[in-house]
Design a protein around this ligand. Sequence first.
Ligand SMILES: [Zn+2]
Length: 295
Amino acid sequence: MNKTKYIYILSQRYSGSTLLSFLLATHPAIATIGERRKFYNKSLRPDGKNVQTCSCGQPFLECPHWNEIKEAVLARLETAALDTNFTEFEFFKNKHWNRLGQYAAKQGFFSDKRQQLCNANEVLVEEILKQAQKSVFLDASKVLQQAHWLSKIPSFDFYVIWLVRDPRAQVSSALKYNKWSVQEAAQRWTTEMKKNEVALQKGKFNYLDLHYENLCKNPMQQMERILDFVGLDASLFSLDFRTREQHIMGNTMMRLGKDEKIVERKDWLKRLTPKQIKLVERTTHRYKNYHTASH
Ligand SMILES: [Zn+2]
């Protein structure tokens, strides 16, 4: 079977996954829509909650690129496949049932539903690649749970890029969008880090680790490293990702920033007090090797 190369960005929020998607999308073999898992809510069955804009500047529901994919996917899927949010691998609509369902599915139950969810995602990926006339799919969905389901799809040749940002910088960004204390934000970073680390160490995935700070400091070298890892021609990408039209879902500010360059964001040094920085360092001590942001 001819497998489709599938690159999955595993990362926490506010860790540079949108930047990485834009960079990788400059490669002529790679197609992406950003966070694939949001496609159902944003395009197929708009929940009206996040009326957002595509990186091309148009609202999602009006972007011709998105609508073409949407039509092609709807034409191929049975109505039953659209009952639940398949891009989030939703087994049941009810949140609690869904959690149980996902757990049970991992033990081998609900195999028909699981097959249906996997198939619907395969169809989506096929249609995105077909429309873009590319062969490699890039998914910036970030969360571990998604990687678990996707990696089991036999038609995908699955690669994980584990992107990690210095917790001091990540916590500072997270605090802008969440009402957490510094301690709480740092604790959350550590918890998610542990979860991802354990899953990767169990050897479930073929993965490459990448520090956000290294990507900013040496994008050329890091991009080549990533492309080598996934087996693509490492000479065929561009750092000039702003000049291309992209249709990507992700962090709004990053997505629409016109003057974005590859510069490590260091505003955490001003946003956090020295005492708060110390607190984050203590809470994330176990991952001291990730305290790599420049001062
Ligand atoms: Zn668009």
